[in-house]
Design a protein around this ligand. Structure first.
Ligand code: AMP
Length: 410
C-alpha cells in the first residue's frame, strides 16, 4: 500500500486536536489544535513539523466543527499535506465511549455511527462531538476509511467480577450501567511500551499503569489484557483528579440533594468540575500545588492536604491492583503528572518496600522524554516512567486496520 499517512482527530465538545503521521517512517508531519469552537475567540494553532517551520496561530470565530476541520485542511494544504493527498491512507478518530460492543478499532459505516449515537446517554459530553468529527471528515473525504478508536476498547477484557457494580442486575442492564473504563488507548500503549522497556513480551508481564493527567486512572494489566481499571460508567470514578472527585460514597449525592437542596446538574458540576485537587485547595495544576508546598507559609497547608489525599488514593489503588494481579512486574507512571512530577512518584511508592517497590531518588529526579526505570537496580518489581502517546497509538491501530485488516496495534 503506497498511502502511508494517517490523520488523527480528537474532537472534543469545543475543540479539535489533530496530528498527521507518516506510518512509513513513523514521522510526525503536522500537529495542531482548534480551540473555543463556536465562540468569537476561537483559535487555531498549527505546527508544520515536517518542514520544521514556525507554528502558525490564527484567531477569529470558527462557527462549528465543520468550519474547524475545513480550517485544519487549509493549514495542511499550505504545507503541501492537504486532505486531498493520495498519500493519506485513513483518518483515525478518538471516540470516547464504545460501550461493550466495540472491543477493537473499527472502520466506520452507518451501523457503527448509529451505535456510537446509541451510546450518547452514557457519554453525553463526548460522543456527540466525536460523531460530529467523524461526519465532517466523511464529508471532506467520502472515499477514505474513517476508523473509530475507542477509549473503552482496551478495558472490554475486564471480567464481569470487575466490570459489574453490585446493584440489581436487571436495573443495571436496562440502563447499561457497568464499569467501562477510559484512557484505554493510553493504558494499552503504555503497558506495551513498559514490556518493551523490560525487554519482555506484553504476554509475559503484569503491569499496574497509573495514567495521571488532569484526568487520572489506574489499570491492572495481566499479560497484555486489562483486568481492572479505576474509571467506571463515566470518567468520574477512581483516583483524585484535577477537578473530579474520583470515588465518593454514592450517598453523598442523596445527602446533597436532600440536605443541601442541590439539583442533579449542580451535583454533576460539583463532582466533575469543582472537586478533586481544585476543590480541595483551589488549584488543579500539580505544578502549582508543589510550588505552594515548597514555598511554605499559609498557602501551603491546603495544598499539602490536597497532595496527601491525592497520594493516599493512589496508594490504595496500587495496593488493590497488586492484590488483583497477584504478581506484579512493573508499576508505571504516565501522562502530565506521572511523567513530570517526581514528588508524586516518590510519595506514591514510599513505604511499599515489602511489596518489592522502591524508587531511586537520583533516577527519579532525571527529567527526560524517554521511557525509563526509576527503581533501584535489582529491584523485585520495576517502577518506570513511560510517556504516553495516544495519537501514535490511534495512528498505529488505524493504519494496521486499513493496511491488512489487523486491528491489533502495530
Ligand atoms: P495531561 O492531562 O496528561 O495533559 O496532564 C496535564 C497535567 O499535568 C497538568 O494539569 C499538570 O497538573 C500536570 N503537569 C504538567 N507538567 C507538570 C510538571 N512539570 N510537574 C507537575 N505536574 C505537571
Amino acid at each position: 500500500m503506497s498511502a502511508t499517512r494517517v490523520l488523527v482527530l480528537n474532537s472534543g465538545s469545543s475543540s479539535v486536536k489533530y496530528q498527521l503521521l507518516d506510518m512509513g517512517d513513523g514521522s510526525r508531519l503536522a500537529a495542531g489544535l482548534v480551540e473555543r469552537i463556536g465562540e468569537e475567540t476561537s483559535r487555531l494553532k498549527h505546527s508544520p513539523l515536517a518542514s520544521g517551520g514556525e507554528a502558525r496561530e490564527s484567531d477569529g470565530p470558527v462557527a462549528d466543527h465543520e468550519a474547524a476541520l475545513k480550517a485544519v485542511a487549509q493549514e495542511l494544504s499550505r504545507d503541501g499535506l492537504g486532505l486531498d493527498s493520495p498519500e493519506l491512507a485513513a483518518i483515525g478518530h478518538r471516540v470516547v465511549h464504545g460501550g461493550k460492543r466495540f472491543t477493537r478499532p473499527t472502520v466506520v459505516d452507518d451501523a457503527v455511527l448509529a451505535e456510537i449515537e446509541r451510546l450518547i446517554p452514557v457519554a453525553p459530553l463526548h460522543n456527540p462531538a466525536n460523531l460530529t468529527g467523524i461526519r465532517t471528515a466523511q464529508a471532506l473525504r467520502p472515499d477514505l476509511p474513517q476508523v473509530a478508536v475507542f477509549d473503552t476498547a482496551f478495558h472490554t477484557t475486564m471480567p464481569e467480577s470487575a466490570a459489574r457494580y453490585a446493584i440489581d442486575v436487571k436495573t443495571a442492564d436496562e440502563h447499561r450501567i457497568r464499569r467501562y473504563g477510559f484512557h484505554g488507548t493510553s493504558h494499552a500503549y503504555v503497558s506495551r511500551e513498559t514490556a518493551r522497556l523490560l525487554g519482555r513480551a506484553p504476554e509475559d508481564v503484569n503491569v499496574i499503569v497509573l495514567h495521571l493527567g488532569n484526568g487520572a486512572s489506574a489499570s491492572a494489566v495481566e499479560k497484555g489484557r486489562c483486568v481492572d481499571t479505576s474509571m467506571g460508567l463515566t470518567p468520574l470514578e477512581g483516583l483524585v483528579m484535577g477537578t473530579r472527585s474520583g470515588d465518593v460514597d454514592p450517598a453523598v449525592i442523596f445527602h446533597l440533594t436532600r440536605v443541601g437542596e442541590m439539583s442533579t446538574d449542580e451535583i454533576d458540576t460539583l463532582l466533575n468540575k469543582k472537586s478533586g485537587l481544585l476543590g480541595l485547595c483551589g488549584d488543579n495544576d500539580m505544578r502549582e500545588i508543589r510550588r505552594r508546598i515548597d514555598e511554605g507559609g499559609e498557602d501551603a497547608a491546603p495544598a499539602q492536604l490536597a497532595f496527601d489525599i491525592y497520594i493516599h488514593r493512589l496508594k490504595k489503588y496500587i495496593g488493590a491492583y497488586y492484590a488483583v494481579l497477584g504478581r506484579v512486574d512493573a508499576v508505571v507512571f504516565t501522562a502530565g503528572v506521572g511523567e513530570n512530577a517526581a514528588p508524586v512518584r516518590e510519595a506514591a511508592i514510599a513505604g511499599l518496600e515489602s511489596l518489592g517497590l522502591a524508587v531511586d531518588g537520583t533516577l527519579n529526579a532525571v527529567r527526560s522524554g524517554e521511557p525509563r526505570l526509576i527503581s533501584p537496580e535489582g529491584a523485585r518489581v520495576a517502577v518506570a516512567v513511560v510517556p504516553t502517546d495516544e495519537e501514535l497509538e490511534i495512528a498505529n491501530q488505524t493504519y494496521a486496520l486499513v493496511r491488512d485488516g489487523n486491528a491489533g496495534a502495530a
